[in-house]
Each structure stands twice: as structure tokens, then as C-alpha cells.
Design a protein around this ligand. Structure first.
Ligand code: ATP
Length: 891
């Protein structure tokens, strides 16, 4: 294909553009597109490569704590303690490796998920409208563009309707540019090429059909640069909070260590090198340096689990916020309902009909209601049925004897209706060719088309919300409103139809053409059954103390009927957009809290509703799909866009994208969000007392002036073993039973709740007491210092291991048999700890490195018994606290 790189596409008439691209207005064939993809390559920009692994690895060493450790290692070497120096270096290295691997894992998980919501484009291929990933576009493809989409490649516009594009990305111009299909001067600058759409720019209004002229790096945006993919950084408010805490804590520990060292040497006559090394080891031990990495991993696992349940997180903080969600605002069509429409009832001035059949299969018959002249009633409906077929853009096609819609499901149902009435869509469309269109817009809620009539005149057709059409046509509201209400109260979605004959055909359709002389033809009621999963998910929300609000563009009665079918609330209160308009922002606050169904709303109402709910401290998840939903999605705490129905603009504004557009997936994500939050708290409530117990034991020894219960290398060993084993497993914990049976957590509650602090104090004390207890007990029994110290190390590790089981169930009644069995992650980690401790205790080389001694069976049994004792004691404590009702978490 002879496409020259610098062809001035904007300067050529459209037929010339198509000819040069060897393209056809009906689209390319799949085979031709595949061949062109081979020549031109994918329509994507080279991804900027991330940070080099070596640099990421080195970055792990960049912290105050590590500098301090390296200095300590150097000091130890100089002072003639090469083993201590080597162990310190090993700790540094292992920490860096673990951090590096965890970070890499988190990043890979997030990248994989980004691929799930790669943008799609509507393309005509093999004569069908299809939704394809934009990478697959080739020059010559015919694309259909709509408000809210990003232009998928550089395109020449062939037909535009009310099209304007925000090109700030390319031109820096903040006003949107109006677009049209006529050729412009060949030397026009980018900003003046009003018949071109440029890759990456955002369609603000209207619709268009266009042909792709350039893809990938050949596009304007590709030429400017290959960036523009902002990768969200792996950070959240929580992580930053922890990071800040860890950094401050490090300095605090350093200062404390200096004081402790001075005290040990000056007041307690410790040998200064021994004291120095011990204090350094303690400082290393007490700082929870692994915590940020484990929390990142916990978040990343949450993101992966959510993706498996069809909720793709775009912004990491949403993982945390989801767990605190207290209100979910959801739209109706497609989210709570299946968005599989079937026309069921027809209401005409003199007849009513019921249509049989299901789905989009064009099989079914018409039965008159109230009399038995079915043929007469169908004849009376023919104008309305034809209007439904012509005034729409959707197509039906059959694949493996299943019928599918390309385009809007309600319009698809109208095509099926026409086919049931014996009309051939192709034939009717050819007989009444379309001249012009006013596309549907949720702002005015109708769509209009203009057709050339076989008699040389024209036919203007309108379909839309019945209220809008009654107002437009002046038809009798007294007559029609009861019929609308009747259909809507069945949960049917009701659409009105109107038409006007014109003696001569104009070549454009304007809003002023809709002013007078239009006849109201009648109504069609569509069924759109609720999703079964939505019913269960709503019940789950109610158990979890989460309010659900339906915010829909549909009719009040339809919305209410569906709300009742799915059990949205016991006695759902309904309000319309018009009622919201009548309220001030202040008045809306209690109103929004009380009402659970908002009907006939527009995107501006959504924004006001979110703000009103947030004013009362609610954490709001809000769904949206249109270009105008972006502000409310940004305002919401968890903006949620639809993966299928959603526009690119909505997805970009959202924190989360639902791959299946399903309400139940939001609830699954909340469930996972709560689990993530629980797991983070578990990680913290396990990690901090580990460090606390060791520290306390050594500080008590120094303060009381007796022999240190552990050497520096032993302290480092404990940290090393625990960091790489048990420290990680809590990130993988499955949800506790009953996560969705408690109210949402308070959004302002800090991570270090009173309960957590209590736990830290109690557990640190127990561990320190156990460690010092076995130390003195074995010394008193005549064991040597090395054996006593080996017991202390084992005691701390065993105590921590048993404590893990207490932490695994923060909420549940108590440890159950299943709980004790553990997850594979828990069991693997425990096996690793056991192996490490057996080596530490019984393998001769370890005796040289760590100055340990083998323990007798009785000593080992004692340690295990104390470990079990600590675990049981903490269970009793949990029961007692529950009785006392001191802390919210254990109630
Ligand atoms: P939800 O917000 O729950 O998805 P919705 O799909 O009904 O509800 P909109 O898409 O804003 O919300 O539609 C609002 C109303 O506009 C519909 O109830 C219907 O009366 C009318 N309408 C929707 N789609 C079309 C269309 N393609 N042509 C004409 N009228 C339409």
C-alpha cells in the first residue's frame, strides 16, 4: 500500500483519502487488517522502560538505618569482631534482597492489571461494529467515535455530528475544537485541521465516523514523544504514614541506643565493645525496616485478588479506601440489571399489545390486550415499530444461533421487535435512507433522525424519555401518564416515539425542526431483568452496614420497581433530579442520606449527591460511565467506572474499573478492601511486638546490670529468620469469616488503635518475661551461658510463632481447628523457621558463628510449652476483653 509518510490527509477530499488508503466506508476485512498490522506494526507507543533492576536493588541500601548498619559492620571489623561484622552484612543483604523482590512483585502485579483495562476502540471490520483493543488498529480502519472516547489513532473525519475535541494535549489550547468533515487547506497548522482527530485527544461532544490514517509512533503524539503513560507510583497515604513513622522511629532508636550505650558502659560497667555491638544489634532489631515492604505486598495482593473478582484498581489508595466504604451509589441499567433488553409491551392511542420472546432473538408474536384482533393491533403499531428500527444505530447479528447486539441494548431490542413484526432491517433502512441524526444525549434524553421517504419527502423520527417527547409533541399527558406509570411500575423501562412527515427533504436536521407538528406515536415498555448476583450483593451490603443508593437516568416508577425487586431498602424513598434542583446544598445533606433511589438524574446531580453524602462523613463509592460523570467520579472516594459501557474519560477519572459492569463486583472489592486493611493491621500487630520483646529483654538486662541474655549476632539472627519467613505470611491471609457482617471502619481511625497499642505492650512484656525467665531458669539449673542464650533465642522465635496464630484472628471468636491448620503460606513459613532453628541449635558450624549450644529434649519441650501457654493466655485475654467491651475491634 503506497501511503507516503507526509500525505496531507486533511487537504484531500474524503473519497481521495479512502482511495489512497485502499479503504472502504464499510470497513476493512479481518484478513486485510491482519496483513496491514504486519506491515505497520501495532498502534502503540514504545513503553518507557522502568528503572533498571540494578538501580532498584541499590536503592534498597539508601536509608539512614542501612548506613548506620554498614558503619556498625565497619566498626565491628576494626574492633576485631569479624563474625558480627559478617552477620550484620548478611542482614543488610538479605533485607535488601527481600525488599527488592517484594517491590518487583508488587510492581509486576500492578502492571499486569493495567493491561486489563487497555483502551478499546469501536471499529467496522467485516461489516460489523466491533470493540477492539486500540493496539490492533491499522491505517484504513473505519472507527466510530463518541463523546468520552480518546481518539485511538490519527484519523481523518468522514462524518461528524456535533463533534468537538479537546486537543489541549497537542496544542495546549484549552477550548475544545469543533470538528467537521470538509477538506481544509493543505498548509493548515495542526490546530486548524478541523477534519482530523489526533491520537490521545479526548472527544468532548458528539459522534463521528472516521478513517485511521496513521498509527503508533507515526501519529502526531508519537512524533512529539513516546511518553504520556503516567505510571501511578506505588504509594498510598497509609504507606506514606508508615514510611514517615519508620523514619522518625529510626532516629528515635538511634538516640535511645546512644543513651543506652552510655548508660551500660558508664553506670553498669559493661565492656564497651560488647555493649556497643549489643546496642547496635538492638537498634537493628527494633526498627521495623521490613514493614513498608510487607504493607506494599499486602496492598498488591489485595489488588490482585480484586482483579480476580473483576474490579481493577487504577489508583492504589482505593484499596485502602474501599475497606472503609460506607455508601455505594450505583446506576441501574447494566449494573444492577443485566442490560439485556426485550421489548415487552406496546402502548398505542387505541391499542395495547404484548410481545412474546426473550433476549434478542427475533422470534416472538404480538397479542392484543383487551380484544382479539391481533393483526389489526399490529397494523396500528407498524409506524411505531418502523420508527424504533430506523431511529437507532444498533445492529443485531447471529453467531452460533445466539443473537448479539452491536451498540445500545435498548436499540437492539427495537431491531428485534421490528424483525418479530416481519420487517427486514436492511430492507427498511435501504428504503428510508438516513439523511441526518441528532444523537442521544442524557442531557435532553432523546434521539432524532431524518430519513428520505420513498415519496420524495422526508420522515423525521424521534425516540426518547416519554416526558421529553410529551413536552415536544404536546400529546395529552392525562392520557399517557397513567400508561407510563403502569408500565414503569412493572419495572419496565419506558420509551416514547414520535414522527413527522415533511413534504420536502432538508439536508440537515436541527433542534428547531423538532419544535412543532410532531405526532406522538406511543410507548414501548422493555424488560431488563435484575442481575441475580446484584440481589445477593445488596443483601451483603446491608449486613455490612453499607448503604446502597440507586442513581439512574430512568423513570421514577421504573427505578422504584427495580429497587423493590432487588431489595435495595425496606421502604425505599424516591426522589427525582427535579426535586434535587429545588434544594440548596445544605438541604440536600439530610435529604441525600434519607433517599435511596434517585431517578431522572443528570451527571450534575451525581456530583451534588456525593458531596452531600460526604458532608456527613460518608466514604462514598460512585459508579459512572459517561464523559460527564468524570467530576463525580473524581469527587467520590472510590470513583468506579464501567469496563464495557464506560467511556475512556470516565475510566481515566475513576479509581477502579469494573470489568463486568456488575454491582456485585463493587461489593467483592469492598470485601477484599476490608481484608487488606485487616491484614495490614495483623502485619503491624505481629511485627512490632517481635521487636518489642527482644528490646525489652535486653533493656531490662542492661538496666538491672546482669549478663545480656543474647549476643548481638543472635539478635540479628532472630530478625533475619523472622523477616524472611513469618513476617511475610500475614500479607496472604484469607478474609476472616464475618468481614462483611460488621459495620465499615471509621475512616479517621488511625492504624495504631488503642487495641493495637495494648497488644504491643502486653505481647512484648510476655515475650520478654518468657525470654528472661528461661534464661535465669537454665543458669540456675547450672547450664552455661551459651546454652541459656540458645534457649532465649529459641524462646523468642517460638513465642512469636505461636503468637502468629492469635494475630491471624483479630475478629473471629477464637482460634478454630481450621485456623490452627493455617494456610499454605503459614505452614511453609513455619517449616522454614523450624529448619532454621534446628540448624541454629544443632548444626556445629552455627555453634561457631553464633556461639550456640545444642539443647536437650526437655529444654525444647519447655520452650514449646511456654509458647503454647502464651498463645492460650492471649486467647483468654481476647475473651476477657470482649466481655469487658474495652475495644471495638474485639467486640
Ligand atoms: P442508568 O443511569 O441507571 O444507566 P439509564 O441508562 O436509564 O440509567 P440514561 O442512559 O441517562 O440512563 O437514559 C435516560 C433516559 O433516556 C432513559 O430512561 C430513556 O428514556 C432515554 N434513552 C436512553 N437511551 C436512549 C436512546 N438511545 N435513544 C433515545 N432515548 C434514550
Amino acid at each position: 500500500m503506497g501511503i507516503e509518510a507526509d500525505t496531507p490527509w486533511h487537504g484531500l477530499p474524503d473519497y481521495e483519502v479512502l482511495a489512497r488508503l485502499q479503504a472502504d466506508i464499510g470497513g476493512l476485512s479481518g484478513a486485510e487488517a491482519a496483513a496491514r498490522l504486519g506491515v505497520h506494526g501495532p498502534n502503540s507507543l514504545p513503553v518507557s522502560r522502568g528503572v533498571h533492576p540494578l538501580r532498584r536493588f541499590l536503592a534498597q541500601f539508601n536509608s539512614a538505618l542501612i548506613y548506620f548498619l554498614l558503619a556498625a559492620a565497619a566498626g565491628a571489623t576494626v574492633l576485631g569482631h569479624p563474625i558480627d561484622a559478617a552477620v550484620i552484612l548478611a542482614v543488610v543483604l538479605v533485607n535488601a534482597i527481600v525488599g527488592f523482590l517484594q517491590e518487583g512483585k508488587a510492581e509486576r502485579a500492578l502492571n499486569a492489571i493495567r493491561g486489563l483495562i487497555a483502551p478499546h476502540a469501536h471499529v467496522l471490520r467485516d461489516g460489523h461494529r466491533q470493540s477492539l483493543p486500540v493496539e490492533g488498529l491499522v491505517p484504513g480502519d473505519i472507527v466510530l467515535l463518541e463523546a468520552g472516547d480518546r481518539v485511538p489513532a490519527d484519523v481523518r473525519i468522514l462524518h461528524a455530528r456535533g463533534l468537538s475535541i479537546d486537543e489541549a494535549l497537542l496544542t495546549g489550547e484549552s477550548v475544545t475544537s469543533e470538528k467537521q468533515e470538509q477538506a481544509v487547506a493543505a498548509d493548515a497548522s495542526i490546530g486548524d485541521r478541523s477534519n482530523m482527530g489526533f491520537s490521545g485527544t479526548l472527544i468532548a461532544t458528539g459522534q463521528a465516523k472516521a478513517v485511521v490514517v496513521k498509527t503508533g509512533v507515526h501519529t502526531e503524539i508519537g512524533r512529539i514523544s513516546a511518553m504520556l503513560q503516567q505510571v501511578e507510583s506505588v504509594s498510598t497515604p497509609l504507606l506514606r504514614q508508615i514510611d514517615r513513622f519508620a523514619r522518625r522511629f529510626t532516629w528515635f532508636v538511634l538516640a535511645g541506643s546512644v543513651l543506652l550505650f552510655a548508660f551500660a558502659v558508664l553506670a553498669r560497667d559493661f565492656e564497651w565493645t560488647e555493649a556497643l555491638i549489643a546496642v547496635v544489634a538492638l537498634a537493628v532489631g527494633v526498627v521495623p525496616e521490613g514493614l513498608p515492604a510487607v504493607i506494599t505486598i499486602t496492598l498488591a495482593i489485595g489488588v490482585q485478588r480484586m482483579a480476580a473478582r473483576k474490579a481493577v484498581i487504577r489508583k492504589l489508595p482505593a484499596v485502602e479506601t474501599l475497606g472503609a466504604t460506607s455508601v455505594i451509589c450505583t446506576d441501574k441499567t447494566g449494573t444492577l440489571t443485566r442490560n439485556e433488553m426485550t421489548a415487552r409491551h406496546l402502548h398505542l392511542p387505541d391499542h395495547r399489545l404484548e410481545v412474546s420472546g426473550s433476549g434478542y432473538a427475533p422470534l416472538g408474536s404480538f397479542a392484543a390486550i383487551g380484544h382479539d384482533d391481533d393483526a389489526g393491533a399490529l397494523a396500528a403499531a407498524s409506524g411505531l415499530i418502523r420508527c424504533g428500527l430506523l431511529c437507532g444505530d444498533s445492529l443485531l447479528h447471529e453467531q452460533n444461533s445466539l443473537w448479539h447486539v452491536d451498540g445500545d441494548p435498548m436499540e437492539g431490542a427495537l431491531v428485534a421487535l421490528a424483525m418479530k413484526a416481519g420487517l427486514s432491517p436492511d430492507h427498511v433502512r435501504a428504503e428510508w435512507p438516513r439523511i441526518d441524526t441528532i444523537p442521544f444525549d442524557a442531557a435532553y434524553r432523546f434521539m432524532a433522525t431524518l430519513h428520505r421517504a420513498p415519496d420524495g419527502g422526508a420522515l423525521l423520527l424521534v425516540k426518547g424519555a416519554p416526558e421529553a417527547l410529551l413536552a415536544m409533541t404536546g400529546a395529552s399527558a392525562d392520557f399517557w401518564e397513567p400508561r407510563i406509570a403502569e408500565a414503569a411500575s412493572l419495572g419496565e423501562r419506558v420509551l416514547g416515539f414520535a414522527a413527522k412527515h415533511l413534504p420536502v427533504a432538508p439536508d440537515r436536521l436541527a433542534f428547531t425542526d423538532l419544535d412543532r407538528g410532531i405526532d406522538f406515536l406511543g410507548l414501548v415498555g422493555f424488560i431488563d431483568p435484575p442481575r441475580d448476583e446484584a440481589v445477593a450483593a445488596i443483601a451483603e451490603c446491608r449486613a455490612a452496614g453499607i448503604a446502597v443508593k440507586m442513581i439512574t437516568g430512568d423513570h421514577k416508577a421504573t427505578a422504584l420497581a427495580i429497587a423493590n425487586q432487588i431489595g435495595l431498602a425496606d421502604d425505599p424513598q424516591v426522589a427525582t433530579g427535579a426535586e434535587i434542583d429545588a434544594l440548596s446544598d445544605e438541604e440536600l445533606i439530610p435529604f441525600a442520606a434519607a433517599v435511596s433511589v434517585f431517578a431522572r438524574t443528570s451527571p450534575e446531580h451525581k456530583l451534588r449527591i456525593v458531596r452531600a453524602l460526604q458532608a456527613r462523613g460518608a466514604i462514598v463509592a460512585m459508579t459512572g460511565d459517561g464523559v460527564n460523570d468524570a467530576p463525580s467520579l473524581k469527587q467520590a472516594d472510590v470513583g468506579t467506572a464501567m469496563g464495557h459501557k464506560g467511556t475512556e474519560a470516565a475510566k481515566e477519572a475513576a479509581d477502579m474499573v469494573l470489568l463486568d459492569d456488575n454491582f456485585a463486583s463493587i461489593v467483592s472489592a469492598v470485601h477484599e478492601g476490608r481484608t487488606v486493611h485487616d491484614n495490614i493491621r495483623k502485619v503491624i500487630s505481629w511485627t512490632i511486638p517481635t521487636n518489642g520483646g527482644e528490646t525489652l529483654a535486653v533493656v531490662i538486662a542492661i538496666a538491672a546490670g546482669f549478663t545480656l541474655p543474647m549476643t548481638a549476632t543472635q539478635i540479628l539472627w532472630i530478625n533475619l529468620v523472622l523477616t524472611v519467613t513469618l513476617g511475610l505470611v500475614l500479607a496472604f491471609e484469607p478474609p476472616e469469616p464475618g468481614v462483611m457482617n460488621r459495620p465499615p471502619r471509621k475512616p479517621d481511625a488511625g492504624l495504631l488503635s488503642p487495641f493495637l497499642l495494648w497488644r504491643v505492650v502486653i505481647v512484648s512484656t510476655l515475650l520478654a518475661a518468657a525470654a528472661l525467665g528461661v534464661f535465669h531458669w537454665s543458669l540456675r539449673n547450672g547450664e552455661d551461658l551459651q546454652t541459656a542464650r540458645t534457649m532465649v533465642v529459641n524462646m523468642l522465635i517460638v513465642g512469636e510463632t505461636f503468637y502468629l496464630f492469635n494475630v491471624r484472628y483479630l475478629h473471629a471468636q477464637s482460634i478454630t481447628w481450621r485456623g490452627v491448620q493455617g494456610t499454605p503460606a503459614v505452614l511453609a513459613a513455619i517449616a522454614a523457621v523450624v529448619v532454621a532453628q534446628l540448624l541454629f541449635t544443632y548444626w556445629p558450624p552455627m555453634h561457631d558463628i553464633f556461639d550456640t549450644r545444642p539443647l536437650s529434649l526437655a529444654d525444647g519441650a519447655l520452650i514449646l510449652a511456654i509458647g503454647v501457654g502464651i498463645m492460650l493466655l492471649l486467647e483468654v485475654e481476647k475473651h476477657a476483653l470482649r466481655r469487658l467491651g474495652w475495644f471495638d475491634e474485639v467486640r
